[in-house]
Design a protein around this ligand. Structure first.
Ligand code: ISJ
Length: 294
């Protein structure tokens, strides 16, 4: 009766799901129905990306949208859930480099990086080094533009910090990282992927399938009923409905072969510059894979 024991323990154990505590994620989570699951079966844990990355590595969350760079660093421990990401082909509108000088002049500059990111911090290094022959020095700091610019020539912000700073930019040059990457490579930027710890694909496979389905359902609903998400974002963060509409439709939450191509090139560049030990393999979990019953 071994399979009963396995089944029961799977039903009992909850799955801990990370949630990015930025507005970028709202179209995916707004309609996520935790009440579809038995009590205590799923738990949503909101954190900024760098915290989510650490929680996944420590195993205190089982799955969630982590920085794609962090997947690359730890790809042997994780798999990627299909059809989910936070990406852009060109402008992302919430990842900006603020600079006192034009980017072409940042040759040996001091650059402040945000302590909330992993993908964008390393993407900036790739862009500056590979496309602008810049050999700058970097310092990771709390995300505060004024304090960052007090010690640096340029500063990188992501998420809501970047949105707010772009609305109140005191006159710095502003560069959108999605736009820069596209300009120099013609490829997608994939900032976050939904990763799952490998052991969870075995120990909680049934629940994982249901959670993945629920994510696809809530994404579909969020994108069809975008006006509801837009109204919520406007209420929580300000700005105009038009802004949020443009922002959310400019982001992509898919993960197609074109996204994969952009991500693999990013990993290749990061490995070339020594930011990753090796170019990570992009391995997608298949909801149809079944563990053998015995
Ligand atoms: C589009 C964004 O994508 C993100 C950027 C991340 C990173 O740089 O590590 C991680 C998750 C996403 O939140 C954003 O934060 O604005």
């Amino acid at each position: 009766m071994n399979y009963f024991v396995v089944g029961e323990s799977e039903i009992m154990s909850a799955i801990k799901i990370g949630k990015i505590s930025f507005s970028n994620i709202m179209p995916i989570y707004h309609f996520f129905r935790t009440d579809q699951f038995d009590e205590h079966q799923v738990e949503l844990i909101p954190q900024v990306p760098s915290q989510l990355n650490r929680s996944m590595a420590a195993g205190t969350i089982d799955m969630g949208p982590i920085s794609s760079f962090e997947y690359g660093r730890n790809y042997k421990e994780y798999e990627i859930l299909p059809d989910l990401s936070i990406s852009s082909k060109g402008q992302v509108r919430s990842i900006f480099l603020f600079s006192r000088k034009p980017i072409e002049e940042l040759k040996e500059a001091k650059v402040a990086l945000t302590d909330k990111s992993a993908t964008s911090n390393h993407l900036l290094k790739v862009i500056l080094e590979k496309f602008y022959e810049s050999f700058s020095s970097y310092k990771v700091m709390p995300a505060n533009l004024e304090k960052m610019m007090a010690i640096a020539d340029a500063a990188l912000l992501i998420g809501d910090d970047a949105l707010l700073a772009s609305w109140n930019n005191p006159g710095y040059y502003m560069y959108d990282l999605g736009e820069l990457w596209y300009k120099h490579t013609g490829l997608w930027s994939v900032f976050a992927v939904w990763a799952v710890r490998r052991e969870v694909t075995h120990s909680k496979s049934e629940l994982l399938r249901s959670v993945h389905n629920e994510f696809l359902h809530s994404k579909k609903r969020g994108l069809t009923d975008l006006d509801t998400v837009v109204a919520q974002a406007k209420k929580e963060f300000g700005a105009t409905a038009e802004f949020w509409k443009v922002y959310y439709t400019g982001l992509s939450y898919e993960f197609t072969s074109e996204h994969k191509k952009g991500l693999e090139y990013y990993y290749a560049c990061a490995a070339e510059l020594g930011l990753l030990e090796e170019a990570a393999k992009v391995e997608i979990w298949s909801p149809d894979s079944r563990q053998s019953a015995v």
